[in-house]
Design a binder for this molecule. Structure first.
Ligand code: 5GP
Length: 190
């Protein structure tokens, strides 16, 4: 069969249907975010900080975290990639979308979904420091200490997890599963 433009029809790939096991529940995530927001309030309430959301993985974390920050804050977005469609890092970090506004003299809260090898964080720190911010602190939802080759400093951390690949709550596998309200492991991949 052909389309009106005479292209052959290619069947769509099946949607993913992996077996998932929940590692951190929605309730646990939300409780920890409330605690983190209180720590951030204590440190930044009077500092007019800028939250930098590292796309794409941190978008849900930032949405929940900033809605609990009951003090003045602005939000910026930056996108970097190191994984592509793989489950292991390519070892090379690329800036794909830059901040829209200057962070010079601002107190920066850099919000990451997960710190694994620490390469992305190392790149982002150096990149941001070059813009003369007043300070840079890092808030990450997840950390896999066993893979951490870069000895990253995480100032505000949600959870330490084993060095397995996880999805959900912003984290994807081949673009899917970001919309899950919990963090899960994919059984078939581990
Ligand atoms: P790093 O540079 O620390 O090795 O990796 C950081 C980035 O890799 C994260 O921001 C995230 O996009 C991706 N990443 C690392 N571990 C995982 C994982 O377990 N699941 C998913 N979906 N992404 C991960």
């Amino acid at each position: 069969m052909t389309t009106p433009h005479s292209q052959p029809l290619i069947p769509a790939p099946p949607l993913p249907s992996h077996r998932l096991s929940v590692l951190i529940s929605e309730e646990e995530i939300q409780k920890r975010i409330e605690e983190l927001s209180q720590e951030l309030a204590a440190d930044f309430r009077d500092k007019d900080p800028v939250v930098i959301c590292v796309l794409k993985g941190a978008f849900i974390f930032v949405a929940d975290l900033t809605r609990r920050m009951n003090f003045p804050v602005t939000t910026e977005f930056i996108r970097v990639s190191s994984y592509g469609n793989n489950v292991v890092t390519s070892g090379e970090v690329k800036l794909e979308l830059d901040l829209a506004n200057s962070v010079s003299n601002r107190h920066v809260i850099l919000v990451e979904d997960i710190v694994d090898t620490g390469l992305t964080l190392q790149y982002l720190r150096a990149n941001l420091q070059a813009r003369n911010p007043a300070s840079v602190k890092v808030c990450a939802l997840l950390h896999k200490p066993e893979n951490n080759v870069k000895l990253s400093t995480i100032d505000y951390l949600g959870f330490r997890i084993p060095g397995k690949f996880v999805v959900g709550y912003g984290l994807d596998y081949q673009g899917y599963y970001r919309n899950l309200p919990y963090i899960a492991q994919i059984q078939d991949l581990q």
